[in-house]
Write a protein that binds this ligand. Sequence first.
Ligand code: GDP
Length: 288
Amino acid sequence: MAINWFPGHMHKARKEIKKVMPQMDLIIEVLDARLPFSSENPLVPSLRGDTPMIKVLNKRDLADPDVTTQWQAWLEKERGVKAVTLTHNQRSEATEILRLAAAMVPHHDRQKSALRVMILGIPNVGKSTLINTLAGRPAAKTGNEPAVTRAQQAIKLPHNILLYDTPGFLWPKLSPEACGYRLAISGAIRSAVIEFEDVALFAADYLLDAYEDQVLARYGIDERPADGLALMDAIAARRRFFRRGGVPDLHKVAEVLLNELRAGKLGRISLETPAIIGQEISAIRENS
Ligand code: GDP
């Protein structure tokens, strides 16, 4: 699949993060609860050293709760990492993150100096929404289109915490390759640069495998289609998406399937589990 990973921006962001990170007391990374592994910044483990870290699994409302619990345990295997879940408009839960941040740096005297916290997250993950909730005012720009968050800024938060916002860049987690598809499904990659139907086909195959009942119920399909493509054909038939000559309009199906999946209309769906990622990584190791 051809995905444009914005390499120029990435290089600049990497340099910025590398420069700023050593000055930080704590790092908050906002992940998409539906794809915690694919939405991680792959550079952070090597750049952060001993700096404690909170991973926020955001958009919990869209993810499969059992899978999210598995991810929390998996992420906390990493030294110095706490994983919490979040959904927007939960102000008290969001501010709890600040309390946790302070508790994770117990030696820091906040009477003397501010606790410096860096916040990271790929575009569209909900980072700006979280920042605004924490600040109690519109301190960061939000929007539906990725890459709204740009310039770096320090934001004053309660408990003498200074929050350093970093640009929301998409990082090249090129392997396993499936991570790119999952990012595309989640909406992190601009729709203009992705192969829409290809991404929807990946989603259709996965849904049939992992959430068969939910996807069939949503589209009123009685019999299990043989594969993702057959599922897309069946959706075309049910929704009457045809081109001239009665050919299934797969572009239209792709659009509807991805939009409905993103909006949570198929129910709470996670796009990866620790077991799936484990298998994909083993397969890569075996092949190399
Ligand atoms: P940013 O690019 O990471 O700063 O993302 P934004 O904060 O602008 O949010 C991107 C989109 O995700 C917006 O439409 C938000 O309303 C939506 N969003 C943010 N948090 C959540 C959440 O917890 N659940 C759901 N369903 N949507 C969210």
